[in-house]
Each structure stands twice: as C-alpha cells, then as structure tokens.
Design a protein around this ligand. Structure first.
Ligand code: XIL
Length: 368
C-alpha cells in the first residue's frame, strides 16, 4: 500500500513523535554515518511500520527480495516485482537502498532449483556464465538507486574458516568470490562493494574471524575490487549456538584485533544487520530490555570508534518484524525483543542506547 504521510501517521499503530532532527538517521548523519533497516515487501502493507521506517531511517535494505530465491523462480526467469516495490517505497520517501545480496553462498538459502540444475557438458563455464549474468542483470537494474551491494554473503564456513562447498563454490573453486566482485564492478562501477558475514566476538568465533581475514587478505592481494566488510552484527548469540549476554574485556580485545586487521587492509566497515538476540536473557521485560540495550551500547561504542564505520543498519526496526522470532525460540516461549521498537511500535531502551551511541561517536568522512 502506498503511504500518504498524514494518513499513515493517524492510525492506531502510529509511532510516538520523535522530532525529525532527532531521528536515528539524523543523529547518525551528524557524525557522517547513515542509519537504516531491513524491510520485507510485506511490511509495505503496514502503514504504521512504514511510516516509522520513513521517519527514523536514511536507507533501507530488502530483507529477502534481492536474494536468488525471490528473484529467480526458475533458472530462466527473473521476478523483480517485490524488489521493485521496495525500491519504489525508498524513492517515495527519499530513502537510500542497499543491495543484499548478489550471492548468498549457502545452498540452503539459494534458489531452490539450483542444486539440481543441469549445467551441461561444460559445467564450470556454464556456472560462471549464470553467475555473471545474474550479477550483471540485478546490479544494473538498480544502478541508479543502490549505492552499496553485499556482493557475496556468508561464503566462509565458520567451522573451518574455509570457503563453503556450495554449488558455485564446488564448480568455480576459490575464484568464485573474485568473479562476483569483478562482475559487480563492471556492472556498477560507482557502487561500493561489500563482503558481508556474521563472524562475531567470542573465542568460539575465532575460526570464523580468521577465515574472513584470510578471504579478505587474498582478495586484496589479488586486486579484487572490494570496498568494505559488512559486519552483520547479530549479537547476543542469535545465529551461534551459545547465548552471549556480555561483551567481556577479553572479547573486546580480540574483536578489536580483528577489526584492526580489516581496516589495516584499507577496507571500510558497515554494520549491516544489527540486532540483539535476547533468547537467554531474563523474562521480565524491564530487565531484558536493559540487558539488550547495555550489550548493544558496548558493541556500538566500540564499532563507532572506528571512523571506517560508515553505516549502521538494523535487521528489522520493530520486534514484530524480527526474523529472530522464528529462530531458536526462548525456553519460556515469550516473544523476543531484539529491535529498537517493540511490537506496538513504541521506542525501547535499545533505541535510546543507539541514539546515545550515535551522539557519542566521533565524526567521520561520509561514504562517498
Ligand atoms: C533472513 C531473513 O530475515 C529471513 O526472513 C529469511 O527467511 C532468511 O534470511 N543473515 C543474512 C540475512 O545475511 O539475509 C538473513 O535474513 C539473516 C541472517
């Protein structure tokens, strides 16, 4: 549904009034940063939520609509409808659009038909052709709107630190990643090109971090056109088996060492999918929200300290749109509270923690 400003703000689910100059994006901009959120196409029908996004954010990223499994219903057909609707929403509200992702290098999150696809007698060449064609087609279509792309997502296996053995990974070998970045560069020379992954802080994440560093170092050494590392920023232990409620001094030291290596390669940084998984936090809402906010503040303060950090995006602005509701539920079955706004679109302590982190951040040069 298209939003008409005032009408959208009058509904029962209207967000509380936050002055435009105090929106998270306005606070971020004062420091040369941008703030945004992931948005699924089905949220366009939710006037209150759409209005909240329009007033808090400077950019959006399609939650699923740029992924192969949405764009490619079959090997020979593209469906841009949901992605285009999100693009139109962004335009209508003067929001930027990030692209996520030209290749999610995990077969379970790829096109459904891909694992059984017959690549013919010269499978390597055919796979490379399909991949290049996909990247060129998708990136070119949004050339005038998308200013940064997660070219490749989650290619490193956290268990081994090596590249995953996916359909494309097996056919193209280690060259796969460079092929994607070169093709994206050729298609959209002006866009920032990002490698995005969920390596996290904590000792159990060391192999993943090492694997990502190895990948980035190799890319830089070979001259692959990469501009930044996207740190997904799913903290609290969401994707990982272990809940992590604290960012200990040792974890901070190791995480800084990782980030220092990345910036040492001349790469910029983004937080692309921030949220705090409260799966193992106390049931009581005030305590839970306080723990979420405290963990977030520690992580954001550390990250914002780096002037290479150019954007912060959350993976859902309100709890009712968080993907974490459907992953590893809480033992007590209560809904999770990982986002800056609650299910009724009321601002939570996490929103205030993010605003405080932006206010305290050093200024940096805007991402050109
Ligand atoms: C998730 C979406 O939020 C879900 O709706 C979908 O079912 C699966 O993907 N890392 C990523 C994102 O890079 O693309 C994922 O998004 C969340 C984890």
């Amino acid at each position: 549904m298209a939003l008409s400003g005032a009408a959208a703000l009058c509904g029962a689910a209207a967000p509380p009034p936050i002055p435009a100059a105090e929106s998270l994006d306005a606070l971020a901009r004062k420091k040369g940063l941008r703030f945004g959120t992931a948005m699924p196409a089905h949220a366009l029908a939710d006037a209150g939520y759409s209005a909240l996004i329009a007033r808090e954010c400077g950019l959006i990223v399609a939650e699923n609509e740029h992924k192969w499994y949405v764009l490619r219903p079959s090997a020979d057909r593209f469906d841009f409808t949901p992605a285009d609707r999100l693009g139109a929403f962004a335009r209508e509200h003067g929001l930027g659009l990030r692209g996520h992702t030209l290749l999610w290098d995990r077969d379970e999150y790829g096109a459904k038909w891909l694992p059984a696809h017959d690549f013919g007698p010269r499978p390597r060449a055919a796979a490379e052709r399909m991949l290049r064609d996909h990247i060129r087609t998708v990136a070119s279509r949004y050339a005038n709107q998308v200013d940064s792309w997660d070219v490749v997502n989650e290619a490193v296996d956290p268990a081994t630190g090596e590249l995953r053995a996916t359909v494309f990974g097996k056919l193209l070998g280690p060259e796969l990643i460079d092929i994607c970045f070169h093709e994206a560069k050729a298609a959209v020379p002006g866009a920032k090109l990002v490698y995005n992954d969920y390596m996290n802080f904590g000792v159990e994440e060391a192999t993943h971090r090492q694997g990502v560093l190895k990948l980035l170092e190799g890319m830089k050494a070979r001259g692959a056109p990469i501009d930044a590392l996207g740190v997904q920023g799913h903290i609290g232990g969401g994707v990982d088996p272990t809940p992590v409620a604290r960012f200990s001094a040792a974890d901070q030291r190791d995480w800084r060492a990782f980030v220092d290596e990345v910036r040492g390669m001349g790469l910029d940084l983004l937080i692309t999918e921030f949220d705090v998984n409260d799966r193992a936090m106390p049931a009581e809402i005030a305590r839970r929200d306080a723990e979420v906010a405290a963990l977030a503040k520690d992580f954001l303060d550390l990250m914002l300290d780096y002037r290479e950090l150019k954007q912060v995006l959350v993976w859902g602005l309100a709890d009712r749109y968080s993907w974490l509701q459907g992953t590893a539920p809480r033992a007590d079955g209560l809904p999770k509270r990982p986002a800056p706004y609650d299910a009724d679109l009321k601002a939570k302590p996490l929103r205030e923690a993010m605003a405080a982190a932006f206010r305290a951040a050093p200024e940096r040069r805007t991402w050109a």
